[in-house]
Ligand binder design. Structure first.
Ligand SMILES: O=C(O)c1ccccc1N[C@@H]1O[C@H](COP(=O)(O)O)[C@@H](O)[C@H]1O
Length: 201
């Protein structure tokens, strides 16, 4: 199986069209994080999820230290996965039904070990220091991460110019791109196409 593609930070229906046209595998939407320029309201998420539901694209709610109430809202919206940056509380872990993609950053990379035996965590997202910043990091620090049955997702500053090297070096299950496929007005159709071509060639 080849490397799958996750495009994150979707906020507009026309961006959903770009993902469908390029047969991307996952669409990420930032939820309950107003500090991000890519944050979605519940109403907007409903519109995007409806448009995505006619495709085979899997949907990911991207969150930062979500409360249990926020997790319940995300589940009710019908997302396929939840991506959790920073704190995954005991309460959330106990109650959650959605498969979790747990994000780790350079500062807490080693924490993935705490989730190796957790059946609710389906994958690890390895990201740079600041999520959604478009900054990359030294991938060699991931060389010794064991390949267990979790999805290995590489994020952080990926774009059409470095994604081939990333795939060759780390063989991630999924590459996760946000800033690298954006222009001045959100997602850029040409940048998405070029990235997808590089990954699939
Ligand atoms: O994109 C954001 O604003 C964001 C906010 C809060 C948590 C995560 C966020 N983005 C995630 O960052 C990575 C990679 O981003 P980039 O390609 O380096 O810009 C990706 O997982 C996004 O979901």
């Amino acid at each position: 199986m080849g490397t799958k593609i996750k495009i994150c930070g979707i906020t507009r229906p026309k961006e959903v069209t770009m993902l469908i046209e390029n047969q991307v595998d996952f669409a990420g939407m930032v939820m309950f994080y107003p500090k991000s320029k890519r944050n979605n309201s519940i109403e907007n998420a409903k519109i995007l999820l409806k448009k995505l539901s006619i495709s085979s694209i899997q949907t990911v709610a991207v969150t930062v230290s979500p409360t249990i109430e926020q997790v319940m809202e995300i589940q009710a919206l019908g997302f396929d996965y939840i991506q959790i940056h920073n704190i995954l509380s005991k309460e959330v872990l106990k109650e959650i039904r959605l498969p979790i993609l747990k994000a780790f950053h350079i500062s807490d990379l080693g924490d993935y070990e705490n989730y190796q035996s957790c059946s609710k965590v389906f994958g690890y997202v390895f990201d740079s220091a600041i999520p959604g910043s478009g900054e990359t990091f030294d991938w060699s620090i991931l060389d010794h991460i064991p390949r267990d049955r979790k999805l290995f997702i590489l994020a952080g500053g990926l774009n059409k110019d470095n994604v081939e090297k990333a795939v060759r070096q780390l063989r991630p299950d999924i590459i996760d791109v946000c800033t690298g496929v954006e222009g001045e007005n959100g997602k850029d159709a040409l940048k998405i196409k070029e990235l997808v071509n590089k990954v699939n060639q």
